[in-house]
Design a binder for this molecule. Structure first.
Ligand SMILES: [Fe+2]
Ligand SMILES: [Fe+2]
Length: 438
């Protein structure tokens, strides 16, 4: 892996390079500054590209830089009890836990941008995808700084309590797959945050801390709903693209492909060398290169023209029945022609070794987006989902009970997904964002 700089993001950086700089920055406050400056430059057009022209040497870190020297990390079971908010120490512990979760949420947002932005070949993500996760990163950063300030106002500080890093463990378990990452981080952990957040608000409100309660209820809660919504929206998008129900939106940096191909044609490579167009395509993350998304869709007989559903970029979200007449949507591949989530794991971080868009075949094994979601969660999250669910908040995020009830733990019983083979190896992380939304 190339040594990454922790220098500040600058005007000549691409979005992915800025994201890598945030991830490489250990100090949480500097991480926040880097986040805000990146968001500003992305929004005002200073940052023009998702990836630099030459990007295949870049790779998302296995673990973001963190202030482990200032914030002591312990095993999940050893984290201090937070209590019910009846004492100042309990309220400090509750706020501290929330600050830590939000700080991780900043890194998780940028990890999505960097890790899957560098897998252009496999996912062909449009600019709207990056807009969404830049907004999520900005929100999480605002949550972190506001909660950290509140923690200091009640007489404590970030680093005063030991913490655990369970959220990153589940991120690492889904580093190979964008659909798995979206399902587990955004539709399991963040949704769990929505379930428990009203209770956390009550712990503050019932114990005389109206200010912390208002921050959680009025600022953080509605934005966390939008983060779950982003996860749902892009899972739906990937599912619909795989089934030919909507054409893939134009990939970000598409102009780079055109420029690279023109340059390659102007300066043809020697015959013994790689084909010029193919090399240019590779440099630009061309989806038509062997194994890329467009090539994979053609191979599977999925149309990519506008004859498919016309929902366009991922913003549409909801109606998966609009183009249900698609032949592909009613003819999922036989099991022998598919590749499950585990087999779909290419080298994390992208680069020339990227696997084919195996997620397409995996999505096509399932007759509905909800069924695909269930499969992703069972494969990558062990433990079942813990009721009671915040149905109202989940509905506002765009997913109803048909998404999560089949995954629920039986009341007082064993986890619903305990039989999954990965569970035996302990690979999927069974952690909970059980204090506040991330
Ligand atoms: Fe969030
Ligand atoms: Fe948050």
């Amino acid at each position: 892996m190339v040594e990454l700089s922790s220098a500040p993001p600058c005007a000549t950086d691409s979005l992915v390079e800025c994201a890598l700089k945030v991830l490489q920055c250990p100090d949480p406050w500097q991480k926040a500054e880097y986040t805000y400056s990146t968001v500003r430059m992305w929004r005002d057009g200073t940052i023009k590209r998702v990836r630099p022209v030459e990007w295949r040497h870049l790779r998302a870190p296995d673990r973001p830089a963190r202030s482990d020297d200032k914030v002591r990390v312990c095993a999940p079971g050893e984290a201090p009890r937070r209590g019910k908010g009846g004492s100042l120490a309990s309220r400090q512990a509750l706020l501290h836990s929330a600050v830590h979760i939000e700080n991780w949420a900043v890194d998780l947002s940028w990890d999505v941008v960097a890790r899957f932005g560098l897998r252009a070949h496999e996912y062909e993500l449009p600019r709207e995808f990056f807009d969404d996760f830049v907004t999520v990163a900005e929100d999480e950063c605002r949550h972190f700084t506001a909660l950290a300030k509140r923690l200091e106002e009640v007489g404590s500080h970030y680093g005063a309590f030991a913490v655990h890093d369970g959220l990153w463990e589940s991120a690492a378990a889904t580093a190979h797959s964008l659909p798995a990452r979206l399902a587990v981080e955004h539709c399991v952990h963040e949704a769990r945050g929505l379930d428990v957040l009203p209770g956390t608000v009550a712990k503050f409100a019932n114990n005389g801390d109206a200010e912390s309660a208002a921050l959680l209820r009025d600022v953080i809660y509605p934005e966390e709903i939008s983060h779950c919504a982003a996860g749902v929206r892009w899972i739906r998008y990937l599912y619909d693209v795989a089934h030919g129900r909507r054409p893939p939106a134009p990939p970000a940096d598409a102009d780079a492909q055109v420029e690279a191909e023109a340059e390659a044609e102007a300066t043809p490579l020697p015959a013994a060398s790689t084909n010029g167009a193919a090399a240019a395509a590779a440099a630009a993350g061309d989806a038509d290169a062997p194994g890329g998304l467009s090539a994979r869709l053609r191979e599977l007989g999925v149309g990519t023209s506008s004859a498919c559903g016309e929902e366009g970029a991922g913003g549409g979200g909801g109606d998966t029945t609009a183009a249900a007449t698609s032949t592909a949507s009613t003819s999922p591949l036989p099991p022998s022609a598919t590749t499950g989530p585990a087999a779909a794991a290419p080298a994390a971080g992208g680069g020339a070794e990227e696997a084919s868009a195996a997620w397409v075949a995996d999505a096509r094994r399932h007759v509905s987006v909800e069924a695909w979601f269930h499969s992703l969660v069972r494969a990558h999250f062990w433990g079942g989902l813990k009721p009671p669910f915040n149905d109202e908040a989940r509905a506002r995020a765009g997913f109803g009970p048909e998404w999560y009830l089949p995954l629920a733990q039986p009341a007082g019983g064993a986890p619903a997904a305990a039989a999954h083979p990965e569970a035996a190896s302990g690979a999927p992380a069974a952690v909970e964002a059980d204090t506040a939304a991330a």
